[in-house]
Design a protein around this ligand. Structure first.
Ligand code: ADP
Length: 475
């Protein structure tokens, strides 16, 4: 099958979170299955030179956008059987960050238009156009309703929701200005929800199939609690809504061949893990001790990730227990401030690293003992999978993809790969962590938990086959 994927992020070129990991891995796996895959993303100026210098300029194209003629360029890059196309338009994508700009709505509508333009002008003739999250969710709408794309209307569309919280909502005026489509789409409620233009809702309405990234999250988003005010609408599309669990890229995340870590290791010989732990302690300015549990968290610092749970818990934990804690993340100011204060209050025990650092993230996955994921909701979550791949034990809230991938350790059977707090039973995150710390002190159990995690199958092969099956059914 010929598949075109469009998204705002794709590893290793431009990454803010798990969306990039998925775009970095799923296309490669689909290509391995024999399909023809083109991935289209914006050519952000923040893409590393080592990639950018390999891009080949292919075409210059023009569109009329907001009443003006705009010229954009298309660059190509081949890797692992995947054809990557980068859409260059500096006014929108020569920025310091991927998101968080006041004109994000306009930037991504423009991108959506250029994606369809590229598909049409290049005669890519896809069987399926697969879009991801709100940034590209309006593509199925434009494909079906915009008369400029007549020649590619037969393509089927799939929308994957990686996070229902981000919907791309803006005013009717912004909708009319950016899309230059008839007001009836808004007034008739096709693209409107709750008094706004809503990109994600538009995608859910127009896409032929909608997927999300774990079976549990698929069920959760139909409820009031997790539905982000879209659940009643999602219920109408329930038949077309499918949960397919994410995997991770086993080549990128491989403790036996990872150039970003201090010493490689695998499940048969784990000594390297201790070397990585000491490398973290050295880098973080913490006492170099093998016996102390090293806790870590690598995350966007947002409400979703349960930072409030750590605000409640960490000061007491650090006072009462002999543990070290290393954070790598950035996000909301209130949380960054909390962590910076924690750094001051617990010198020699805590290391707070504000920022985005791919190489340090790998070292932390490799050398830490315990990974904290107190998320209030988690569509899939990749950090727990990466942790387990590196023998780092996740402690997580029992929600979404965490529930589908973390299995509570059973000391009788020596089965399971982590610890879950069940908040439906009012169990606190701290009690799950305390269970974990108890087993940390019992080396035979600890070895079993780590190894169970490392032996898990987190590959994309099964999930990619599910996507391929879905495309096949559609066409
Ligand atoms: P989300 O997509 O909600 O942010 P996921 O767990 O699905 O969460 O994926 C997060 C991805 O981003 C993981 O690959 C994680 O290692 C990476 N990541 C998050 N924050 C940072 C950071 N500050 N530095 C490096 N990598 C990070």
């Amino acid at each position: 099958m010929k598949i075109v994927m469009a998204a705002a992020e794709c590893a290793p070129f431009a990454k803010a979170g798990g969306l990039a990991d998925v775009l970095g891995a799923l296309p490669k796996e689909l290509s391995r299955l024999g399909h023809e895959i083109t991935v289209i993303i914006p050519k952000y100026s923040l893409i590393a030179d080592k990639y950018m210098s390999e891009f080949v300029l292919k075409e210059t194209m023009e569109i009329v956008f907001k009443g003006q003629q705009k010229t954009f360029r298309v660059f190509e890059y081949e890797q692992a059987g995947v054809n990557y196309l980068f859409m260059e338009y500096d006014d929108y994508f020569k920025r310091d960050q991927i998101y968080g700009q006041s004109d994000d709505a306009e930037r991504y509508v423009f991108f959506n238009r250029t994606v369809l333009e590229i598909v049409q002008q290049r005669k890519l003739d896809p069987d399926v156009i697969h879009v991801h999250d709100w940034h590209t969710a309006a593509i199925p709408f434009l494909l079906k309703e915009d008369s400029r794309y007549e020649s590619i209307k037969s393509a089927k569309t799939v929308l994957t929701i990686h996070n229902l919280q981000f919907q791309g909502k803006y005013s009717k005026k912004t909708f009319l200005e950016n899309f230059e489509m008839d007001a009836r789409y808004y007034d008739g409620g096709l693209v409107e929800w709750d008094g706004h233009f809503n990109s994600l809702k538009t995608g859910i309405f127009y896409a032929d199939k909608v997927t999300t990234v774990s079976p549990t999250y698929r069920d959760e988003i139909l409820t009031d609690f997790y539905g982000e005010k879209l659940n009643s609408f999602l219920q109408e599309k329930e038949q077309d809504l499918i949960g397919i669990l994410n995997g991770i890229d086993l080549e990128v995340y491989n403790p036996a061949a990872d150039l970003s870590i201090a010493r490689e290791f695998d499940v048969m010989s784990m000594e390297g893990k201790q070397v990585n732990k000491r490398a973290i302690q050295l880098k973080a300015g913490l006492p170099e001790r093998g016996d102390v549990p090293l806790l870590t968290m690598i995350s966007r610092l947002s409400g979703q990730k349960g930072i409030d749970v750590l605000q409640e818990m960490l000061p007491d934990l650090l006072t009462n227990e002999d543990v070290q804690f290393v954070l790598l993340g950035s996000g909301e100011e209130q949380y960054e401030t909390f962590f910076k204060e924690l750094d001051i209050d617990f010198p020699g025990q805590v290391s707070i690293n504000i920022g985005f650092d791919e190489a340090f993230a790998h070292l932390l996955y490799a050398g830490a003992d315990i990974f904290l994921m107190p998320s209030h909701f988690e569509p899939c979550g990749l950090s727990q999978l990466i942790s387990m791949r590196y023998g780092t034990v996740p402690v997580a809230n029992k929600t979404g993809g965490l529930k589908d991938t973390v299995i509570e350790y059973d000391e009788n059977l020596k089965s399971g790969n982590g610890f879950l707090s069940d908040f439906s039973k009012d169990e606190s995150f701290d009690s799950a962590l305390q269970r974990c710390l108890t087993f940390y002190q019992q080396s035979d159990h600890w070895e079993a938990i780590k190894k169970n995690g490392m032996k898990g199958d987190y590959s994309w092969s099964r999930s990619a086959a599910e996507y391929a099956e879905l495309y096949k059914r559609l066409i």
